[in-house]
Design a protein around this ligand. Structure first.
Ligand SMILES: [Fe+2]
Length: 404
């Protein structure tokens, strides 16, 4: 059996290759329109780029509440025909992608506009990937497997969380394996996106809380990643501070436009940070909670994040203390003290958002498999600051048991 230390060396080498790729590859950055009503401006941008027929990819809740109407009117005012595919469901699977692709082909659209949370944007990314490609969707899992150019994609996020509007990744549920499949490719990046806090006014508090915690996890995991760079640090620091200042305010008062706009920006910055620096164990465990118990992604991250930060604290206390300083949390004391205070503040924030610190659905008998699958994902994808073996991972997950 290969000793754990030798395995870690191999994992680190793989992650160094990823860092090199991130430094060399020409990561596209979408044009960002920001501010209230920038979603309407984005419709003008679509016209400026010469597109005539848009497939709007969204979910039925947003069409029912009329959120799409002003956007369609703005497109129509720009002499652009728009068609709606609103079959996206939370954690979409292959069916939703293929249905959207059929609509795209049927209406002969020349671009896609994704409107919604991460599920809609990710689904739209994969529809765009298959539009000019004869590859099967289940062959696209992993890094840089999309052969042909994607059909142009625009995005209007309606939640402040995933950062999918600026990332090179998309997640889809694979019906064959019942696992979440990650597709990572530079070609998936939208051309332009609107960071419009006003469009997020109607998001319920519980979703505001969960998606905001997803963004916070992106920022922190990117900052403590071994693949962090000066560029990703800037985005991660800005995102973390914005979230500490604005998430509770947006949760308390959904009509607080300033807080909504700042959270929309924070989510975008966190997306820019993790798309190059990558993520960590929190996401690897949260993905398992999503697959096994259908726990919303942001909620799963919120539960796992403090536990993972505690585990890796001795390896990350300097980085956590920098985050604490930047956010004006625990400005005095040693790095260890500041890191401890920072983790305590995260727990405080989670509690103030009425998110449980434990996972009632988690069963002790499931922990070995959850740990095994989480480590498989993390060790081949995420440049974590401190590696854990199976026993340590099982122990960390067991601390999330409700009865613990
Ligand atoms: Fe996430």
């Amino acid at each position: 059996m290969v000793p754990f230390r030798a395995k870690v060396l191999a994992y680190r080498q793989g992650m160094r290759a990823l860092k090199l790729a991130a430094a060399i590859l020409p990561f596209p950055k979408p044009t960002l329109l920001t501010g209230p009503d920038s979603s309407l401006q984005l419709c003008d941008t679509i016209e400026q780029f010469g597109f005539k027929r848009v497939l709007i990819v969204t979910d039925s809740v947003l069409t029912k509440i009329g959120l799409i109407n002003p956007i369609q009117q703005q497109l129509s005012g720009n002499h652009i025909e728009s068609f709606i595919y609103d079959g996206v469901i939370p954690d979409p699977g292959f069916d939703q992608v293929y249905q959207g692709l059929e609509e795209l082909t049927h209406y002969r659209c020349d671009c896609i506009l994704a409107i919604g949370g991460g599920s809609s944007i990710d689904c739209a990314k994969l529809i765009s990937a298959l539009a000019n490609n004869s590859q099967d969707l289940d062959k696209l899992g992993g890094f840089f497997k999309i052969r042909a150019e994607c059909i142009p994609l625009f995005a209007i996020p309606t939640t402040a969380g995933t950062g999918s509007e600026v990332s090179i990744g998309a997640v889809v549920s694979n019906p064959h394996t019942h696992k979440k499949m990650m597709v990572v490719d530079l070609k998936l990046t939208p051309i332009a996106a609107a960071i419009d806090g006003k469009i997020m006014i109607g998001v319920p508090p519980s979703i505001t809380a969960a998606t905001g915690m997803d963004a916070l996890t992106h920022a922190i995991e990117a900052y403590i990643s071994r693949n962090a760079t000066k560029e990703t640090d800037r985005y991660a620091l800005a995102a973390t501070r914005l979230i500490f200042k604005n998430l509770k305010a947006a949760y308390d008062d959904g009509h607080n436009i300033e807080a909504r706009q700042n959270m929309a920006l924070a989510s975008c910055y966190a997306g820019l940070a993790f798309t190059k620096a990558s993520l960590g164990y929190t996401h690897a465990i949260a993905h398992r909670f999503g697959e096994r118990y259908q726990i919303p992604h942001g909620l799963a991250n919120a539960i796992a994040l403090p536990h993972i930060l505690e585990f890796s604290k001795d390896a990350t206390e300097k980085r956590l203390s920098e985050l604490a300083l930047y956010c004006n949390i625990g400005a005095s004391g040693s790095d260890e003290t500041k890191a401890t205070i920072f983790i305590a503040k995260i727990r405080e924030l989670i509690s103030s958002l009425e998110i449980s610190a434990k996972l009632p659905e988690l069963e002790a008998k499931d922990i070995p498999n959850i740990a095994k699958e989480a480590l498989e994902e993390a060790h081949f994808n995420f440049p974590v600051p401190k590696y854990m073996d199976t026993r340590q991972c099982e122990y960390v997950i067991s601390s999330m048991l409700d009865r613990c």
